[in-house]
Structures are given as C-alpha cells and as structure tokens.
Design a protein around this ligand. Structure first.
Ligand SMILES: [Zn+2]
Length: 425
C-alpha cells in the first residue's frame, strides 16, 4: 500500500494544541456541564498540551447523571440520537449534529482504508443499524464515503446471511465475531461451501479477537481455524464517536488523530509510556453535539508508541484487558477477570465456573475459583494449576461444588447474563 505523507505522519504539536484549544473553548462556551466545570479557566496564547492535561477528567458518572448537560447545540440542530449499550450501567444518550455524522463517516472511511479496503469492496452489515445503535450507522456512512457498496442484512438469521452472501457476493463482512461462529456452524450443518465463498475479511466489532500478544484469542481462533478469512479488530465506543482500528500489520488498533486526542493514564496518574498499561482517556476532536474532554473510558489497555510496520506512527492500543473497576490486586500482581476466564475457557472439560474476589484480613484481594467437583482429582486440574502459574504467575484458591450447585451460583434467575465473576466484601 502506498501511503501519502499525510497518512504516515502524526499531527504536529502545533496542530494538536490548536485542536485541543478549540475543543476547550467550545465546550466551555456551549455546554452547561463544562461551563460550570471550567468556569475559572481562560484559554490564552500560552495554552499547551501540558495545560490541557491538567484539566479535570470527565467520568461516565458525569455523563450518566445528565447527558443533556453536555449538549452544545440547540435541540433543532440534533440530527441523530444515539445511546450506549448500557453494558456497564444505564444507557447514556449522545446527540449528533449533521457535521458529527460527517465526522462519523470519516472515522469508518479512514478505518476501512487502514484495513486495506477499497471502493471495489462490497460489505455485508451483520449488525443492527437501528435501535439508536451507533456502530451500524457509522459503518454504513463509512462505506458510502469509501465509495463501496453495502448489503444491510442486520443481525442474526444465519440463513438470510448466507443467502445474501451467495447471491450478492460481498467481499467483507462487518459483524460481532461470536455471531460468525454461529454462521460457520450453520454453513456446516447446511452443506454451504463457505470456504469458497466471496468473503475475504471480517471487520470485527464489539468483542476482542486478540490476545495480549496480538495472536488470535479463543474466539478468533475458532473462526480462522474453520474459515479462511482475515479478521480485523476494532475498539470503539459511542461516547468517543470514533474507533481505533487494526491496520494490515495487525499489531494494535491505530488512533485516528484527526478525531481523538488519546491519553493512557497509569494507576499513579502519570501517562503510560510505550508498552505500558493504563486507562484509555479520550478527548473528542471536531464533535459539535456532545463533545467530551478528557473522558475516562474505564477500559484498560497497553499502548504502543513506536512506528508501526505499516508505516504509520500514530499510537496503537492493544486488546482491552479489562475494566478499571474490575482490577484485582492479588499477591503483588494486577489481574483482570478476563485473564482468568481466558485460561479456564481453554478447557472443554470446564463447562461452568465462577471467580469470586474477596478481601482478606489485610484488605488484600483474594481469588477463589469455583469449579465442578469432578475436576478436583483430574488431570485437568493439575493442568489448570500449571497454567495459572505460567500465565497468571499466581495460584488462586479453588473450591469444588456439585454441578447443579455451581450452576445455581452462575445462572441466577434475576440476571440476564451468567455471573462469572463476583466481587464480595
Ligand atoms: Zn499499522
């Protein structure tokens, strides 16, 4: 791929300062929330990246408390009403103007280019485009901006997906990766020659497909071991109205510097250096409806600051390791539940498990893994212990329960999702 200088070079410091000053001035003038929050601030000629980094953070709680407080335009200028999925609390609404929709189109356009797509591609959209969901709409706009075509099949219904793939011959799919597993199963059961289909690559949204070392995780493997397609990972959220996307080198998801200012904040409050881990904090650039300044996403990832082998020098994010509020401090190491889930998911014999995090007398976290009793004296358990030592570098406690008692702990009647982790006092 030939990259122009504009693609390979990061923004100049001057350009970044201008973008941040514009954002700060704009929200301070237009948004009731920031009018209050930044009332004593003046953005003068001495404004710098350093002074921006001293401004207060915006939290999810701030946004959830009153999302209309962030609105910077009169109601009649709102073109789109979107909401977050509410996976971590109640849904938050964000308000997009017409120019925000153009920004959204640019985001996916640029992301699709990063992945090596062209106007000759035909995309099939396997996610919803309605229900106030941003990603489906964003990809629709991005594909149009790219000059490519789209078949909007929407979520679910494997039979319909396959009849569309066989009829229209899309080259790329945009999907939640776990649904691709369902699609493969359906194709196998119905003798569809999926490995000779038109599909070359899948843009994966909403779920991670990579391990920390960028190899495919269990989900990613389940797809590519069956289906000869390329997978591209993305990381996005409704709040940032932009995505971090993998390039063809596939070693981290690139920041789009035209749309976001990224900070990765370590636990001690300082900025994460190359290959260090921290919380992703974003400031939205060019947003006119509900712009956000120093927004704490709560997502933890490793940041890569060296030049990528694709030629671009924008920072890249590794896979999301967990949520900030799910961090476990255990015997001197920091762990996220996902690391334990990934380890246990490797064992077909482990059909059900639960991780309980509690505090000991010294207020340190203690991890207990609940497993089915038949595992207790098996070779599988010995292997799990070895894997804990190798991958987590610590060995948690184990408790063994009769399978029905264990299931009752995981599949609770009042919860929609299985409770695989529990934080108790
Ligand atoms: Zn790259």
């Amino acid at each position: 791929m030939n990259l122009t200088a504009k693609d390979t070079n990061t923004k100049s410091t001057e350009e970044i300062v201008t973008a941040l000053a514009d954002l700060t001035r704009y929200v301070k003038e237009k948004s009731p929330f920031y009018q209050r929050k930044l009332s004593s601030l003046t953005v003068g000629s001495d404004f710098s990246i350093e002074s921006f980094k001293k401004l207060p953070f915006t939290t999810k709680e701030d946004l959830a408390a009153n999302d209309l407080d962030f609105l910077c335009v009169p109601r009649n200028e709102i073109a789109e009403y979107v909401t977050t999925s509410g996976t971590t609390g109640s849904p938050i609404s964000l308000y997009l103007t017409k120019s925000d929709l153009t920004r959204l189109a640019k985001n996916e356009h640029d992301s699709l280019l990063l992945m090596g797509n062209t106007s000759d591609d035909l995309f099939q959209l396997l996610t919803t485009i309605d229900k106030q969901f941003m990603a489906g709409l964003a990809y629709f706009l991005g594909v149009q901006a790219l000059g490519a075509g789209m078949v909007r099949v929407g979520p679910g219904v494997p039979q319909l997906q396959w009849s569309s793939i066989l009829k229209y011959k899309p080259t790329k799919l945009i999907a939640v990766p776990s649904f691709i597993v369902t699609l493969i199963e359906y194709a196998k059961e119905n003798n569809i020659d999926f490995n000779n289909s038109s599909v070359e690559a899948i843009v994966c949204i909403g779920e991670p497909i990579r391990n920390e070392d960028f190899s495919n995780n269990i989900l990613g493997k389940r797809i590519i071991e069956n289906w000869d397609v390329q997978l591209f990972s993305t990381y996005a959220s409704t709040e940032m109205g932009a995505a971090f996307s993998e390039c063809t080198a596939q070693n981290g998801c690139h920041l789009n510097e035209d749309l976001l200012f990224l900070e990765v904040i370590k636990e001690d409050g300082t900025e994460a250096a190359h290959e260090e881990t921290g919380e992703i904090v974003v400031s939205t650039l060019g947003v006119t409806g509900s712009p956000l300044l120093r927004y704490r996403t709560g997502d933890i990832a490793k940041v890569y600051r060296t030049k990528c082998s694709c030629g671009r020098s924008t920072p890249r994010l590794g896979p999301i390791l967990g949520r900030k509020n799910q961090m476990i401090k255990f015997k001197g190491t920091t762990l996220y539940p996902k690391a334990i889930f990934d380890l246990l998911d490797l064992y077909r014999e482990v059909s059900c498990y639960k991780v309980v995090v509690s505090k000991d007398q010294l207020n340190n976290d203690e991890i207990t893994i609940l497993l089915e009793d038949k595992i207790a004296n098996s070779e599988v358990f010995a292997s799990i212990l070895e894997e804990c030592q190798a991958k987590l570098r610590v060995i948690p406690k184990f408790d063994f329960l009769e399978i029905n008692a264990l299931r009752a702990q995981v599949y609770k009647k009042n919860l929609r999702k299985p409770e695989k982790i529990q934080f108790s006092e």
